[in-house]
Design a protein around this ligand. Structure first.
Ligand SMILES: NC(=O)c1ccc[n+]([C@@H]2O[C@H](COP(=O)([O-])OP(=O)(O)OC[C@H]3O[C@@H](n4cnc5c(N)ncnc54)[C@H](O)[C@@H]3O)[C@@H](O)[C@H]2O)c1
Length: 333
């Protein structure tokens, strides 16, 4: 979201959005939509009383961001224009886009999605913010499931760029395109991903967390030390590069050797992956050989590495200017 809060929804689709569940995610996504200029936003909550409190809660949240210099004052007016509806049916009745963000329980989501599908206009897109429930299993509750898909935002939704867009087999291609176009227009970085367990981000994030915890439990480091190593080593690279290009820059032969050591010490879940082995055998070991997971001319490689160094230097400078974010003392776990 830009500082002006103008990221471009304007008069285009969707002109009217219903958000079901105004918790951590629903309220934050509502703030983002309001700042982006979506004209009409209606919330429903677990009770009519909770729904009536939503506009005031949203205004408070926006004011906090205005005071921090992150949003312009005009977003306060837009937030105060959102409505709280008594129930799902009244929230969705003239919505172009319905965004479901109720707690992560299959039966509850089925109940809420069925109510959305029954009362929303036929042409409305219905999206679930589920973090991990299979979209295809959620889709069974939606009458005319061609209009249903996953639209998984990340916390805090106003400031985290990614949104995973997850079609089910029945989802119409035009619905996916419409959602992708809208998310791009309002300044997000969406990606279409498959309906596998945890989709892409949570699968990778949880694998990282499982190993972080294993490092602590085997006495290698405290939680604080693990956090420091992760954020200041490979975590430092992640604002700019994903795991494949990082691997190409490190050298896939180097990765192969590390996997072998890990397999010897930690077992077969760390066996060097066949896809990695094959690339190394073909001599595709990354930027240094001109090809790895991607291909690089000499000129592209030089440019990439120099640009990498520029960005790392800029990030170091930014981090040096920010005050440290110190958490409390170590716990006893
Ligand atoms: N918190 C995160 O970091 C995060 C990130 C991405 C996705 N998600 C997903 O987003 C969804 C919502 O998560 P959250 O963290 O915002 O949860 P939350 O508990 O903060 O909010 C859920 C809201 O839904 C309301 N609610 C409950 N029953 C309802 C009903 N029948 N009708 C309307 N509203 C109802 C609750 O009162 C609450 O305000 C979940 O599927 C979660 O997995 C969460």
């Amino acid at each position: 979201m830009s500082e002006t809060g103008q990221v471009g929804a304007g008069d285009e689709w969707p002109r009217s959005v219903a958000i079901i569940g105004a918790g951590t995610m629903g309220l934050g996504v509502g703030e983002y939509f309001a700042a982006a200029g979506v004209r009409r936003i209606r919330f429903s909550e677990a009770t009519p009383e909770l729904a009536r409190q939503v506009p005031e809660r949203l205004v408070r949240r926006v004011r906090g961001h205005v005071e921090a210099g992150l949003l312009s004052e005009e977003v306060v007016d837009r937030a105060s224009a959102v409505e709280g509806a008594d129930d799902v049916a009244s929230a969705v009745r003239d919505a172009d886009l319905v965004f479901e963000a109720v707690p992560e329980r299959m039966e509850l989501k089925h109940e809420v999605l069925a109510a959305c599908a029954a009362a929303a206009p036929e042409g409305a897109t219905i999206a679930s913010n589920t973090s991990s429930l299979p979209i295809n299993e959620l889709a069974v509750a939606v009458e005319k499931p061609g209009r249903f898909l996953g639209m998984h935002w990340f916390n805090p939704p106003e400031w985290t760029p990614a949104v995973e867009v997850i079609p089910a087999p029945a989802t119409d291609a035009a619905v996916v395109e419409g959602v992708m176009g809208f998310l791009r227009r309002i300044g997000k970085r969406p990606a279409v991903v498959g309906d596998g367990p945890g989709f892409v981000a949570n699968r990778i994030q949880m694998a990282l967390f499982r190993e972080a915890l294993a490092c602590v439990q085997s006495g290698l480091a405290s939680p604080r030390e693990v956090d420091e190593v992760v954020r200041s080593s490979f975590g430092f690279r992640l604002p700019f590069f994903g795991p494949f290009i990082i691997a190409d820059m490190a050298g896939l032969d180097v990765y192969g050797s590390i996997f072998e050591t890990l397999e010897r010490g930690l077992g077969e879940s760390f066996r060097p992956p066949n896809a990695l082995r094959s690339l190394v055998e073909e001599g595709r070991v990354g930027t240094k050989s001109g090809a790895g997971f991607m291909e690089y001319t000499d000129e592209e490689r030089e440019k990439l590495l120099l640009e990498r160094d520029r960005r790392y230097a800029a990030l170091n400078e930014l981090l040096g200017k920010l005050p440290p974010l110190e958490p409390g003392p170590d716990g006893d776990r």
